[in-house]
Design a protein around this ligand. Structure first.
Ligand SMILES: C[S@@+](CC[C@H](N)C(=O)[O-])C[C@H]1O[C@@H](n2cnc3c(N)ncnc32)[C@H](O)[C@@H]1O
Length: 393
């Protein structure tokens, strides 16, 4: 997928591009179908349990009568989620500023065969609403986004700069909350995302939701395990916790497309902020190289996240999985000066706080700077003392 300006852009920058490419069109249709297939797929899962339950001895069934009622409630939650999904995919043919709606028209007669992995992505998108746009996600955002926002405010103090002159890029923006928070503070901020699951949902939140907590989802309804109480599975979460509308003067945009393909202009950005992103690469070195190139001399890269290499062990996917130590060598090798570094940063990702299973990352946080003076980038020859001297643990 190539660059397309999409959501939340008060002054859309039209990029010459189209959705006419057949592959792209099929991909678009596939994601819409995945959202459409959410309800039958999810209900099928409950029905399987129900029919097994009905096959159990009568006295077992009697003992499980509350559980049977609970499954009714699960079905109600799925129906409700489906109503939100219908809103998310309504008018998606129009979300790209630079794509003729007719070429992205959703063809209801075309129903590509549903892919199971896509259903997990639909469920993950619903959980991402909690992380980015709910009160329940506040703690997670405080741990993941706040250190990045604080560093931006430190690097580009509002009282000493014209924030709209500071250009900040957030690749792998998910549902856009980090980019939104940066733009809200007056900086010119662009989020970039290549997943249509995320783009459809962020378009809904950023461009269609106006009133605080006006919608609700049941994000944990697909978690059949590790529930202490039935209501932990069927708990509703309201969104958005804040109104996503920003004043017209705010410079906030989202682009759709692969970060590596969209951002080809060298020395452009004052800051690149990555959160839970660099491990999404087949080749993480290519991500780091691109970040280095697109930053202005003197520009900063702020990163926070783990190294859950997304392509690792996936069939038909290539992947390298360097440790953080090795990544650090790469960063310094390109010529970055490491200014701050912290390990063991406790972070979570779309976590159900009530679950008996809790997952926590000891993330790494760092801030590094592209030197003001140009470094010959042919071999990115690295002076060992560079960076290490600057490091602040
Ligand atoms: C783990 S999520 C993190 C989302 C968000 N930053 C957060 O912290 O909640 C990583 C995101 O990066 C996106 N992504 C991965 N590779 C990308 C690429 N090459 N270009 C643009 N987005 C990408 C994924 O679709 C996904 O939404």
């Amino acid at each position: 997928m190539e660059a397309m300006d999409t959501t939340a852009n008060p002054h859309p920058r039209k990029i010459n591009n189209s959705y006419e490419d057949e592959e792209e069109r099929k991909h678009f249709q596939r994601i819409v179908s995945a959202f459409r297939y959410y309800k039958p797929h999810s209900l099928q899962r409950v029905k399987k349990t129900e029919s097994y339950l009905l096959s159990l001895p009568q006295h077992h069934q009697k003992l499980l009568s509350k559980y049977r009622e609970h499954l009714q409630e699960v079905k109600r939650c799925i129906e409700n989620n489906d109503q939100i999904i219908k809103l998310i995919i309504k008018d998606v043919a129009h979300i790209f500023e630079n794509v003729c709606p007719t070429t992205a028209q959703v063809d209801s007669t075309l129903t590509p065969r549903p892919i199971m992995a896509d259903q997990e992505k639909v469920q993950a998108t619903i959980k991402q609403l909690v992380r980015d746009w709910s009160t329940e996600g506040t703690e997670e955002r405080k741990a993941c986004y706040q250190p990045i926002i604080d560093e931006i405010l430190y690097q580009f103090p509002l009282e000493h700069c014209t924030p709209s002159d500071v250009h900040i890029l957030v690749p792998g923006a998910g549902l856009g909350r980090l980019a939104f928070e940066i733009a809200k503070r007056g900086y010119t901020c662009q989020g970039n995302e290549f997943s249509l699951f995320m783009l459809f949902a962020s378009n809904f939140v950023l461009n269609k939701c106006r009133d605080v907590n006006s919608y609700q989802v049941y994000p944990w309804v697909h978690q059949y395990m590790n529930n202490l109480k039935p209501e932990h599975q069927t708990q509703a979460v309201c969104f958005p916790d804040v109104s996503p509308s920003l004043p017209g003067i705010t410079q906030f945009s989202m682009t759709a497309g692969d970060f590596l393909e969209v951002y080809t202009e060298d020395n452009h950005w004052d800051c690149v902020a990555t959160c839970f992103f660099i491990d999404c690469a087949n080749n993480v070195v290519q991500f780091i190289e691109t970040i280095y190139k697109i930053l202005k001399p003197g520009g900063v890269w702020i990163n926070l996240g783990p190294l859950l290499y997304h392509f690792s062990d996936l069939p038909n996917e290539e992947s390298i999985e360097p440790s953080y130590d090795a990544i650090r060598d790469v960063i310094l090798g390109f010529g970055f000066q490491l200014e701050k570094e912290k390990t063991q940063v406790k972070t979570r990702y779309a976590q159900n706080v009530n679950s008996m299973l809790q997952c926590e990352y000891n993330s790494v946080y760092f801030v590094c700077r592209k030197p003001r003076e140009h470094i010959d980038s042919v071999n990115y020859t690295h002076n060992e003392s560079n960076g290490a001297q600057e490091q602040e643990n």
